[in-house]
Design a protein around this ligand. Structure first.
Ligand SMILES: O=c1[nH]c(=O)c2[nH]c(=O)[nH]c2[nH]1
Length: 296
């Protein structure tokens, strides 16, 4: 038999859908999470010999997530850190792991005390990577669709025999913002993750509105620069953004002009612009990004 060696491994329970209702008064609140727990450590015997003595069952990991939700969840980041603390302290051979969550936003219907609708357009994300004493937190969101109807263009690109795209200095710029940012290791103690999330999201949206965009690439840079400038706690931010093309519809067969009024919103193919921006002079943490799909 060809000799093989066990390399990277992790295991756990994926996508635990936890809904936590706070009902201390008649005015309820809810937190809606999709939580994944994966343990890393000394699990060689399980893979190599079928010895499960170290295997904290994925079922136990699931139960722990729901049991921990009996207490107030706080932010997704705090909830994940509490799981990381638990598993690494409870089991000597668990040296680290990866805990991830998506959060779905709900708002009150009117100002109703206990009726809600799914409201946030974006899905909030959080990942905690624990490796021995080191903890890395990566937060973000995906699915925030934004559009500006002018103050965007695309000119000056090379033309070859396959280039047909006309240059334009006035186009629609639209994208679904997917982003993840990494917190500086020394910044997370006591951080208000909910307020920081709201502030980063607001910074991204406000920057999108500002000025003239020469390309989606430049817009990603400007959004990253604004986030890193305004948030000392962020050392790195990644974006993955489709260019949701809006082509001017040709109305001339109908004897009509079209001065930037009627567009065809193409759903595919789409440009896909991805970039990573890091604060100058800070260490990179590439290992923490392993397993986060959809970014470069
Ligand atoms: O903002 C843009 N960036 C591109 O790289 C590109 N390529 C393209 O065809 N249109 C655009 N727009």
């Amino acid at each position: 038999m060809t000799p093989i060696r066990l390399a990277a491994n992790q295991y756990g329970k994926a996508e635990n859908r936890v809904v936590r209702v706070t009902r201390d008064t008649d005015r309820h609140d809810l937190v809606d999470l999709n939580v994944t727990s994966q343990l890393r450590g000394d699990f060689d015997a399980a893979f190599l010999e079928g010895d499960n003595a170290h295997v904290v069952a994925t079922d136990t990991q699931k139960n722990t997530i729901f049991a921990f939700a009996r207490e107030p969840i706080g932010s997704p980041e705090e909830f994940l850190v509490s799981l990381a603390d638990h598993f690494t302290s409870e089991f000597a051979w668990v040296s680290g792991g990866r805990w991830a969550a998506e959060e779905y936003g709900w708002s009150r219907i009117g100002d109703h005390d206990h009726s809600f609708y799914r409201s946030a357009p974006e899905t909030r994300t959080a990942v905690v990577v624990r490796d021995g004493d080191a903890t890395t937190l990566i937060s973000g969101f995906h699915g925030l669709t934004v559009m500006k109807t002018t103050q965007s263009g695309f000119v000056g690109y090379p033309r070859d025999r396959y280039t047909t795209l006309p240059e334009t200095e006035d186009r629609i710029l639209a994208t679904d913002v997917s982003t993840r940012w990494r917190y500086a290791a020394d910044a997370v103690e006591g951080l208000d993750f909910d307020a920081t999330y709201d502030s980063i999201k607001a910074t991204i949206m406000e920057t999108f509105t500002k000025g003239y965009s020469k390309a989606l690439q430049q817009t990603l840079h400007d959004m990253a620069a604004a986030v890193i400038e305004a948030h000392d706690v962020v050392d790195e931010i990644k974006f993955s953004c489709p260019n949701k093309h809006h082509f001017l519809s040709d109305l001339s067969p109908f004897g009509l002009d079209n001065p930037g009024v009627v567009f065809y919103a193409a759903d595919r193919p789409y440009g896909l612009i991805e970039a990573t921006f890091q604060r100058e002079g800070t260490p990179t943490k590439d290992a923490a990004w392993v397993g986060i799909a959809g970014f470069c």
